[in-house]
Design a protein. Structure first.
Lengths: 210, 234
């Protein structure tokens, strides 16, 4: 499981459990860490390409396809996406398909804990997670054209004031890279250790229910 | 296109060739060439409004169409917009002096909680290019900012923009306030932003959802025409 393939291809079902977790590739490592720490062998993980993060209008169709493709093979299915820019579309889809999904607007929120994140009411923060720090070029530099046209940076980021690195793990190398990302974007840097936040709690509840 | 740029001397082109070359230069985001082209056309006696519409706006429309069709992407559109901005900076004071047509007045801003203004800036620029007077309220606007500016400026149109699904519902708050204060009929309300769609625009009571800057201009023109016709019939 490498970051590049999680970004562009996702992850085929891995495991023999009868409960399928369909997740965004950007949280694959965190989901697996939670599953492994709980010893929940009955959970199987599959991921959609993480790069869907940049085109949220495509997320619902991708989730629908994955649920329909795997429905016959598993006893139950859970969707590990929050709203993720679908404007309530994913919630409506999951209700239609009869599957549950993660609560909250996006991973930045559930990693910190939805209640705590909402209380911050930060509108000028640009967030990175462990995965997004590792894949900064694939998710930020290249899609925004900053590799070819660095002069565009301030048009994109002039109203942001800081880059917040929400760390799921304690990793000095990632922290150094996140600090470098902030410098590249011309933003103040803030480190915020979140761990897995609400994600662990929600997977735990689903693991018990099966 | 870009490979040929070094060989082309803009001042040696005739008017039609230069105008077409400026479309190419806009497409390629070449700000300095656009500024040079604007100055050449002005020196040749073109009215500022003609330079604006025939050289810049029509070139930017091609950019907008190719963005809509998935041929160009956001970075290229931003470069083109930046080039057009260079040309507009030369033309704007001249347009005010030469009495270019006035289509109407718009106040525009991103809604409360939203700092993403790329789309809003593109709309502002294209509206100005189409002869609208634009009062740009910037980012993160609460209800009062829209209502007070619209009233103070005597605006015809209120434009609201949002990039986030978490902020776009605030557009309804603004429209509901207009209704509550009995001001809804005073303004044409146009909304736009990546996560919006026509259904959302209708649901919140906007006059129209505008998919992109070019559509915003055409929609604004259409509604202004209706307004004038209603007043004339009135």
């Amino acid at each position: 499981m490498d970051d590049q393939s999680l970004t562009t291809e996702g992850l085929p079902p891995a495991g023999h459990g009868k409960v399928l977790l369909i997740a965004c590739g950007a949280i694959a490592r965190e989901v697996l860490a939670v599953v492994e720490s709980g010893g929940w062998d009955h959970l199987t993980l599959t991921c959609l390409p993480a790069i869907l993060h940049n085109t949220p209008e495509r997320i619902c169709d991708a989730v629908r396809g994955a649920v329909e493709r795997h429905r016959g093979e598993f006893a139950s299915i859970y969707v590990l996406y929050a709203d993720c820019g679908t404007g309530g579309g994913l919630e409506r889809l999951c209700a239609e398909l009869g599957v549950e999904m993660l609560r909250g607007p996006h991973c930045y929120s559930f990693f910190e804990g939805n209640a705590a994140f909402e209380a911050r009411d930060e509108i000028t923060a640009f967030y990175l997670t462990d995965f997004l720090v590792r894949q900064f070029d694939a998710f930020v530099t290249k899609p925004l054209g900053l590799d070819r046209h660095p002069e565009l940076r301030d048009m994109y980021f002039e109203h942001y004031t800081k880059l917040v690195y929400q760390a799921q793990t304690r990793d000095p190398a990632l922290e150094a890279k996140a600090r470098d990302c902030a410098a590249k974007l011309g933003l103040e840097y803030e480190y915020r250790f979140t761990g897995f936040g609400d994600l662990a709690e929600e997977i735990g509840a689903w693991a018990v229910r099966g | 296109m870009a490979e040929e740029e070094d060989d082309i001397i803009l001042s040696e082109l005739n008017d039609e060739e230069l105008s077409l070359q400026m479309h190419d230069d806009l497409y390629d985001g070449l700000k300095e060439e656009i500024e040079e082209g604007v100055n050449i056309l002005l020196e040749r006696g073109w009215e500022p409004y003609r330079v604006l519409t025939e050289a810049l706006v029509s070139g930017m429309t091609i950019v907008g169409n190719d963005f809509r069709d998935g041929i160009l992407f956001v970075p290229e559109v931003l470069l083109a917009a930046n080039a057009m901005k260079g040309g507009m900076a030369i033309l704007k004071p001249l347009l005010a002096e030469t009495g270019a047509p006035r289509m109407g007045k718009m106040v525009i801003g991103t809604v409360k909680g939203d700092i993403h203004d790329i789309g809003k800036n593109l709309v502002s620029m294209m509206m100005e290019g189409a002869g609208f007077e634009v009062v740009d309220l910037g980012i993160n606007n609460a209800v009062d900012a829209y209502l007070e500016a619209a009233a103070a400026e005597g605006a015809d149109i209120i434009g609201m923009s949002a990039l986030l699904t978490t902020t776009m519902p605030y557009m309804k708050v603004v429209i509901d306030s207009l209704v509550e204060k009995g001001m809804r009929e005073d303004y044409i309300v146009l909304v736009g932003g990546a996560p919006l769609n026509e259904e959302f625009g209708k649901a919140i009571g906007a006059d129209a959802y505008c998919r992109d800057a070019a559509v915003a201009v055409e929609t604004a023109k259409e509604y202004m025409l209706r307004k004038h016709n209603q007043l004339a019939a009135g």
